[in-house]
Design a protein around this ligand. Structure first.
Ligand SMILES: C[S@@+](CC[C@H](N)C(=O)[O-])C[C@H]1O[C@@H](n2cnc3c(N)ncnc32)[C@H](O)[C@@H]1O
Length: 250
């Protein structure tokens, strides 16, 4: 196997998986999304590794680099920020490689949403509070399929996480309010998590959008909405309840 799509985590080098770390060190060609990854990660590469920022390339150019690399028997590592399967635009790259009969492997990474949960010290699926996580985005130039409108999504309870949408925070939250969510529902924004300049902002529908505006946050941030942010439990989980028996603790 010579081609790898590798999740590079939220930024902190120590949050790279062991496999990601070793593939970055082995790569002859390392293609990375310049606008999203911590450049310190690139320093793990060999001195003679060809480093290519995909931010300035189109799909055809990226695929050509991969195909030529494979022809030259090079190890090609295509980094994606966080976890590749979440807004990583890897499907189109995989389909192009399939067309060219080029095999590849995908190495998962830690998504920024899990790094944000860790920083907020929350459980995204706290028992009896929320057992559902919605990962979504506001519509941008990439259109959303019918049925996934914020109006529809906000009719479901649970923990809602918005990627790629910080510039639309006010519009998003207004939809939730008009859909009946309590104005005091906690909302958090996690900016540049695990990187220099990280900001974790806690608030509610009432004040978070103005806080984001005040801090001039325009990209690389997640919006998390839901009661789990309160870090309160009415009941503890059944899993560690001494009266609850299961296969491993009769
Ligand atoms: C193209 S998507 C990639 C998501 C990535 N695959 C992941 O799993 O985190 C980029 C969006 O992810 C979020 N994001 C990525 N890295 C982040 C970080 N370090 N801190 C906060 N949000 C981040 C932001 O919402 C950003 O607009």
């Amino acid at each position: 196997m010579n081609v790898f799509f590798v999740g590079s985590g939220p930024g902190d080098i120590e949050l790279l998986t062991v496999k990601a770390n070793s593939l970055i060190k082995k790569a002859d060609i390392l293609i990375y999304p310049g606008s999203l990854i911590n450049k310190e990660i690139l320093k793990l590469a060999k001195k003679d590794t060809l480093l290519i920022d995909s931010a300035i390339l189109n799909l055809k150019e990226i695929i050509e680099i991969v195909i030529n690399g494979v022809k030259d028997k090079k190890i090609v590592v295509r980094l994606a920020s966080g976890e590749p399967s979440i807004y990583g635009a890897i499907l189109e790259q995989m389909l192009e490689l399939d067309k060219n009969d080029i095999p590849y492997e995908i190495v998962p990474g830690i998504s920024s949403i899990f790094a944000a949960a860790a920083k907020l010290k929350i459980e995204l699926t706290a028992p009896e509070v929320s057992q559902t996580i919605i990962l979504t985005r506001a519509e941008g130039r990439t259109k959303k399929p019918a049925g996934e409108e914020i109006e529809k999504i906000s009719s479901i309870k649970g923990t809602h996480c918005y990627f790629l949408s910080i510039d639309k925070i006010k519009t998003i939250l207004d939809v939730y309010i008009s859909n009946g969510w309590d104005i005091n529902t906690p909302v958090a924004v996690a900016y540049n998590v695990t990187n220099k300049g990280e900001q974790i902002i806690r608030g509610s529908f009432k004040n978070i959008a103005s806080e984001v505006e005040k801090r001039n946050i325009k990209n690389k941030a997640l919006i998390i909405i839901g009661e789990v942010l309160k870090r309160r439990l009415q009941y503890y989980s059944k899993l560690y309840d001494p009266t609850f028996t299961h296969g491993y603790r009769p």
